[in-house]
Design a protein around this ligand. Sequence first.
Ligand code: PNW
Length: 490
Amino acid sequence: TVLYLNRSLSVIEAKNCTLRAKGSLKFPKNFSFGAATSAYQIEGGWNADGKGPSIWDEYTHNDPDRITDRSNGDVAIDSYHRFDLDLKILKELKLDHYRFSIAWTRIFPNGDVSSKNQKGIDYYNDIIDKLLANNIEPMVTMYHWDLPVDIQKLGGFTNALIINYFTAYAEELFKLFGDRVKLWITFNEPMQICKPGYSTAESPPNIKSPGIGDYLCFTNILKAHARTYHLYKSKYVKEQRGRIGITMDTFFFISKSNDKNDVDRGMQFSFGIIAHAIFSKAGGFPKVLVDDIGKNSLAEGRSVSRLPHLDAYWKAYIRGSFDFLGLNYYTSRYVERPSKPLGENPSMLRDYDIEETSDPNWLQGKSNWLYCVPTGFEGLLKWIREEYDNVEVKITENGWSDEGDLDDDDRVSYYKSHLQAVLNAIHDGSNITSYSAWSLFDNFEWNRGYTEKFGLYAVDMKSPKRERTAKKSAIYYRKIIEARTLVDEF
Ligand code: PNW
């Protein structure tokens, strides 16, 4: 699977995808390098061995036209049947950890504890045991968007019942795997769950409830996360000694007019909506959200805010419910206050009241939202360091999309410049302990199907064996891991 073994290569830096070093190019001693995937995007075996349907199974089957290439994750890159091949790759890359997600519908096919499915459990036991036997630390995401259909029938993340269902699922994971899994992530990217799912209806469950369903979803995720955290701390951590956090995504925001208020507003609405309640000293939703969504709600003739109220009990319960902050960073935007109201009324966009633009000089990836902005990554890490008292940050995703060429020089530039941003932030005092590249493999990129490739390894989707091939970026990443240094030659 490894190409280029006998060639020596060097980084060919893409224009406008570079960042200058502030200090040492060496990573800290215990820094952990890994790569990330998620269940629906790689596993396949969508109904194998008793697995139940998730909202992504249902959506791709019922509505294939919504996927760019009309594909789905039924087989994907078939990791459900080919983990041994994946393991070879994890070993050859010399990764310290592997971030993967567990499919709720393999453990509880209909989401409920009563439907427990041993074969699904066996699959993850095998993965975890083999990772540990090879000294690769498992980092497990409990929820990466594949909600059991039966829980969606109850309203999914808009029904507070999700708190109980999720916690019961999480508890089963602690019982089954907690003797060996020491790094837990409750949710992947609440923003990408709640906005496309319950605001704009771009992704399952495709509910259009702007400014209402989205805020309910955030609130219930916060509560489910905190309940899971406290359950772990009260019942499992003493024996299992693991750590638990949540992963959030955000753009970083840059103000052309150097207006820190605009940057802060962008950050609080995009990131603070989850992070503030968990990681800030004050807790609860950010003040700017409470104030502005409250004001808009009154103007619409309501007597209460569309942003649910977190009372003193929940505020205190959610605040501090973390061992680390999981961060997914891809790209940045310029921000300014718009001259006219944005979006429909009501909506998150109307409440947000920020116009986001990009720069024609930024190098663009295959994904229409993705530009290489390493200064934004460094700026974001500084913002987090200052806003949340230098919390421990694990970068749980960072990566680049293209057409899939094995000579993926732009991806090499992206990784080089973004790892430079990590080094610069560490130099300035950030407490960053881990980095996961997104993604180990080209995989099912949600609504874009298999048309946008994020992998360090290509996958032959025409072959039933789904052979994997290392790209140039894989070789580069391996060299960095070996040298524990941001090298130029590899
Ligand atoms: C992440 N955005 O999603 C997900 O965690 C992955 O499953 C996904 O494959 C990867 O990024 C690449 O898209 C995001 O538009 C999707 O800001 C879109 C955005 C951010 C994250």
